[in-house]
Design a protein around this ligand. Structure first.
Ligand code: NDP
Length: 531
């Protein structure tokens, strides 16, 4: 069976609008103020600053990548808007959030987590509409993870002092110090971890709500306040999250959402009132942010791109590996920093693996992201479609052998068929550059040493997968691969308790787990108070 688009199966992407207008999700004609009843998509959104939606001076449209229809008008944050958001975050930090006991912060995070869980079906629909991700992914994978991140970090908020970040036998975590200058006011114990202040967070278009959760949940748990800029092409779930913050009664200014383009992102990242920048996006922008943050002495963490490898050894379960590879790259249209876009397969089983992957690719169904039967949605934006089209052409010109399932894309929308480039040479662009699209490359290897060298020979180092029945071999490979995460006989599993992050141009700093909290805390120095 070839690629089946929604139209062929009687589910034209053109009917999407009618479906979400008519039932899957409500919609108001509302403007920038107030809050629509019961969680609905507004016609236009303001900026979420100081606890409510406020108008800005310019707007842009966010469109469905499946149909190119306008979903909503969104405000373009300017210098003044970012100033307002940072001021609101600073005020909230100093007056409320940083002085609130951890157990109180935890209660807010739990409230947000419960609201996310209650509104998960609606948020999954919005995410699918705006990003093009199939509903099975947003509903069954992203939203449960988003909710889990808030529950997990709520659990940390009142335990930071006991997490090994500070506190000693001489100065236990719950002890304050006597203040000789002002005897009635105890000094906070300097041996305890403290929040950093106002955090500027800028995220990209792949898994937008999940990336927001990775950023906001730990920042708030640690006592920081936030100004977050979502990607220009996927702002809607961040704005729905703003509504949830208001519904949860989160003190005004603790979370601020400023929409806009790259320039707005730059304004957030470079703002002098920001104490730390947390960025998810491309290495190019990440380097720019690192430079300016270093110049201003700001803390920063970078979660950047990758060209993750899946290594299939000769003894691997080929069918399981093929399934893991297809899920690792195609099921999210390749729109993931950890998409397994480079497959290295042992020479002996190369043909078997390629055949098994092709069989699965041919069975994938592309189409309406809101359809339960859809495996692959559209590429997220016209710009991304242009990039992958250009790179695919250059790969063909370089002699890479390419195969994609036959398909007839709809007239509108940003569609690219799941594609495999086999017989790829290491020096070709397609083998070296990040592929954040439904594309993978396959090449064979002769020995474990060779595959380690080839896997590590990129400027990235985010994640990798190893497929083998031999425990020793998987441990040997995992220890040598320069990747922040290595999955064995599976690919892409995430958990809020497990730190995620990369080496080299994949960034630095970790998100998730105890390691992720460190990035949002000022850790005590070597001085131990003698009390
Ligand atoms: P970009 O770097 O282009 O953009 C990321 C964000 O930064 C967007 O909000 C963007 O705004 C904004 N931005 C653009 N230019 C600047 C600037 N000069 N200063 C500050 N902010 C700016 O990345 P993409 O949106 O293309 O995201 C895809 C990338 O993200 C891929 O490389 C992917 O691998 C990586 N990624 C990494 C993850 C990880 O955990 N390591 C997770 C998910 C994705 P605008 O949208 O308007 O351009």
């Amino acid at each position: 069976m070839g690629l089946e688009y929604g139209a062929a199966a009687g589910r034209s992407p053109a009917t999407l609008r009618a479906r979400y207008d008519g039932g899957a999700i409500g919609r108001t004609s509302g403007g920038t103020g107030g809050r629509p009843p019961g969680g609905q998509l507004r016609g236009s959104y303001g900026l979420f600053i100081g606890g409510s939606f406020v108008p800005g001076s310019g707007v842009f449209k966010t469109v469905s990548p499946a149909t190119e229809e306008v979903l909503a008008e969104v405000t373009h944050g300017t210098t003044e808007d970012v100033d307002r958001a940072v001021a609101a975050a600073r005020q909230a930090y100093e007056r409320v959030w940083s002085v609130l006991p951890g157990r109180e912060r935890a209660r807010y995070l739990l409230r947000i987590a419960r609201l996310l869980r209650d509104r998960a079906p609606e948020l999954a629909v919005i995410e699918s509409l705006d990003s093009g991700k199939p509903i099975r992914q947003t509903r069954d994978v992203d939203l449960p993870l988003v909710t889990a991140h808030f529950f997990y970090h709520a659990g940390w908020a009142d335990k930071l002092a006991y997490a090994g970040f500070g506190g000693t036998a001489a100065a236990p975590p719950n002890q304050t110090l006597p203040n000789q200058a002002l005897p009635n006011q105890a000094l906070p114990n300097p041996a305890l971890p403290r929040p950093l202040g106002v955090v500027g967070q800028v995220i990209g278009w792949s898994s937008p709500l999940l990336m927001l959760a990775w950023k906001i949940a730990p920042a708030l748990a640690c006592g920081n306040t936030v100004v977050l800029k979502p990607a220009e092409s996927t702002p809607l779930t961040a704005l729905a999250f703003a509504e949830i913050c208001a519904e949860a009664g989160l003190p005004p200014g603790v979370v601020n959402i400023v929409t806009g383009d790259g320039q707005t992102g730059q304004l957030v990242a470079r703002h002098p009132g920001i104490d730390k920048v947390a960025f998810t996006g491309s290495p190019e922008v990440g380097k720019e942010i690192a430079k300016s943050a270093a110049l201003w002495g700001k803390r920063f963490t970078l979660e950047l791109g990758g060209t993750s490898a899946n290594i299939v050894c000769a003894d691997a379960d080929i069918e399981a590996a093929a399934q893991g590879i297809v899920e690792g790259v195609f099921i999210r249209q390749g729109h993931a920093c950890c998409a397994s876009s480079r497959v290295f397969v042992a020479e002996e089983v190369h043909d078997d693996l390629v055949a098994a992957v092709r069989r699965r690719m041919a069975a994938l169904r592309s189409g309406d992201p809101l359809d339960e039967a859809t495996d692959i949605g559209p590429v997220n934006s016209r710009g991304q479609l242009d990039k992958i089209t250009e790179l695919a052409r250059s790969a063909e010109a370089d002699g890479a052998v390419h195969w994609s399932a036959p398909h007839e894309p709809p007239d509108r929308g940003f569609w690219f068929p799941p594609t495999m480039f086999a017989v790829v040479k290491q020096e070709q662009r397609i083998a070296r550059e990040e592929l954040c699209w439904p594309v993978l490359t396959v090449s064979s290897f002769a020995t474990p040493d060779e595959v380690v060298d080839r896997t590590n020979s990129t400027r990235y180092g985010l994640s990798a997968g190893v497929w083998t029945r031999q425990g020793e071999l998987s441990a040997w490979l995992a220890a040598r691969l320069r990747a922040g995460v290595v999955w064995v006989n599976s690919f892409g599993g995430l958990d809020p308790a497990v730190p995620f992050g990369g080496f080299q141009e994949s960034g630095f700093g970790r998100e998730g787990g105890r390691h992720g909290l460190e990035a949002y805390l000022d850790l005590p120095g070597a001085w131990t108070p003698d009390v």
